[in-house]
Design a protein around this ligand. Structure first.
Ligand code: MN
Length: 575
């Protein structure tokens, strides 16, 4: 059975005695809390948090994350509250434990077309990459013990791991973890295929490994002749699930798979990687079309390495992968490895900031790039840039399990309009997670929202004051307008539009600053025309909705104060 000492031994040697003590305390706390509990496998419960923490220690994560991993099931599965954890361990660890607990409520319902949204929602709920990493490690251990879970649950958990967890590990660059998650889920999702594969490849794997062992000394010689001292040469067996996917593309013909087991060479520098590639090609002819330089041109998921397939000893086709130790660690531990490298100069406990920077840099940015590829130049993409991506978005479920993406602070009315304008218009009440909530209440990430409709109901003017999406706003307004012109009475308070015209000197952030003043004052911008590059008269025109003149007079001085605004005039258009 795994022990706390195993974890302490795994820790980076740079981790201080105080941090080690923190991990020991977290262990004692969790051990006491889980006393008497067992896993379905019959093991003492503490084995699970220990295994989760060990994985993170192996990945070189910081002491707080390892401690949070030890505590990750305490709030959900024992009487201990997060208040008590906070008293014992402070806000940072508590934040992570709560994050993991919250993600525990995340359920994959198998709606294929929603998968990408679900992944985003998962990340948005986690709020911190470390929470995601704990959750991934937690899931890996749960998959290892999935055999003792009731059958009907097995498949759901395996599918969720395959569709949500593994792609997230991939996106975070933790390719080894992705492979492990997929391989552990594989037999539960495709049992027959898995069995076929096992029957047909087990022997081949062994045979290939023996062959690579045989050629290893020869490879060393070849490299030495060129003055290259490899740090390590070993073989890596292809993950089963990725082999399966490859076989599907190659008529299930194992003879066509050259990288069943590949030889992996690790050399000190990138120059040496290319040197080693040349040395190998000098002795063994490469198979045309199979030389891949993923160092100069990384795969879209960030994977790097040099790959070549050569006619090796006895003319056997063999894949050889060449990389540096840094590249190798990054492929194994992804974002976590990057953190270690970026943070080696760090002292003390200032990890929060570097983590959030990394989150942006590696996680969201990569995601954004992907979005840009799929939807280049669309309004959706531009909006996502402005809102710092996930930070200001929430993801909520319909009762059917569809995911609706909304701005932060969105209400049931926004949600209803997002589903269908008729549902929005007839919205009479709402339930979130089964409980009745008021129509102006803000929804939270992961809520399951149900709209109660009433036939012939019309949108209410008061909704305009709290809806967050312009779609809902516009729909409500247009219905109200129609209603008003039908009633044709001058008594109704008028909502007008006001046109602001700015003469400006353009600068970075000017438009953003102006828009944020409008939004703080709750002015809804209906149209924004910018012509800041106009040589003669650079200007911006913003058309906003307003209810009264007073609020305009209040916002004018604020807008005039914005750096870069030279002049400002406005006109009111009554509706
Ligand atoms: Mn757990």
């Amino acid at each position: 059975m795994v022990k706390i000492e195993d974890i302490l031994n795994q820790l980076n040697s740079e981790i201080s005695e105080a941090d080690r003590e923190l991990i020991r305390r977290a262990y004692d706390f969790a051990n006491t809390a889980h006393t008497g509990q067992t896993r379905l496998s019959g093991e003492p419960y503490i084995v699970h948090p220990l295994e989760t923490a060990r994985l993170l220690a192996v990945m070189n994560l910081d002491a707080s994350t390892v401690a949070a991993a030890l505590l990750h099931d305490v709030v959900d599965d024992t009487p201990v509250t997060s208040k008590e954890i906070e008293r014992e361990f402070g806000p940072e660890i508590t934040f992570m434990v709560e994050g993991v607990t919250k993600l525990g409520k995340f359920k994959y319902r198998g709606v294929e077309r929603q998968v990408e949204n679900l992944r985003k929602m998962f990340l948005a709920m986690a709020k911190d990459i470390r929470v995601v990493l704990i959750k991934l490690a937690d899931r890996l251990h749960n998959l290892r013990t999935l055999g003792s879970v009731p059958e009907r649950k097995q498949k759901r958990i395996a599918l969720e791991s395959m569709e949500i967890y593994a792609p997230l590990a991939d996106r975070l660059g933790i390719f080894k973890l992705r492979g492990d998650l997929e391989d552990l889920s594989f037999p539960y999702i495709y049992p027959k295929e898995y069995q076929w594969l096992m029957k047909n490849v087990k022997e081949r794997y062994k045979e290939r490994e023996a062959y690579l062992k045989k050629i290893q000394p020869r490879v060393e010689e070849i490299l030495k002749e060129e003055g290259i001292e490899p740090i390590e040469i070993n073989s890596r067996a292809k993950h089963y699930y990725s082999l399966w996917k490859k076989l599907l593309k190659y008529d299930m013909d194992l003879e066509k798979i050259y990288d069943l087991v590949a030889l992996r060479i690790i050399v000190p520098t990138i120059d040496k990687c290319y040197g080693a590639l040349g040395a190998i090609h000098k002795h063994w002819k490469p198979l045309p079309g199979k030389i891949k330089d993923y160092i100069a041109l990384p795969k879209p998921n960030g994977y790097q390495s040099l790959h070549t397939t050569v006619f090796c000893l006895d003319g056997r086709l063999t894949e050889i992968q060449i990389r540096t130790p840094e590249i190798h660690e990054r492929a194994e531990y992804g974002i976590a490895a990057h953190w270690v490298y970026a943070d080696t100069k760090r002292t003390g406990h200032s990890q929060g900031a570097s983590w959030s920077a990394l989150t942006r840099e590696l996680g969201w940015v990569r995601q954004l790039q992907e979005w840009q590829r799929k939807t280049p130049g669309t309004q959706e993409f531009l909006d996502s840039l402005k809102i710092d991506f996930f930070k200001n978005r929430i993801f909520v479920f319909t009762p059917q399990g569809d995911v609706i993406n909304l701005p932060e602070g969105a209400t049931p009315v926004d949600f209803a309009y997002q589903i269908h304008s008729d549902i929005g218009g007839q919205c009479a009440g709402a339930r979130a997670n089964g409980k009745i909530i008021s129509l102006d209440q803000s929804l939270s990430n992961g809520d399951m929202v149900e709209i109660l409709v009433q036939k012939n109901k019309k949108p209410s003017e008061s909704w305009l004051s709290f809806v967050k999406t312009s779609y809902a706003y516009d729909r409500i307004r247009s219905v109200l307008k129609k209603k008003r012109s039908a009633e044709a009475g001058p008594k109704i308070a008028k909502i007008g539009e006001v046109e602001f015209e700015f003469s400006v000197k353009d600068r970075v952030g000017l438009i953003k600053d102006i828009s944020s003043i409008f939004s703080q004052a709750r002015f809804n911008i209906v149209r924004l025309n910018t012509d800041v590059h106009n040589k003669n008269s650079p200007h911006i025109v913003a058309i906003c909705e307003t209810k009264n003149k007073h609020s305009i007079e209040k916002i004018i001085p604020k807008l005039k104060k914005v750096k870069g605004v030279d002049e400002l005039t406005y006109r009111i258009h009554s509706v």
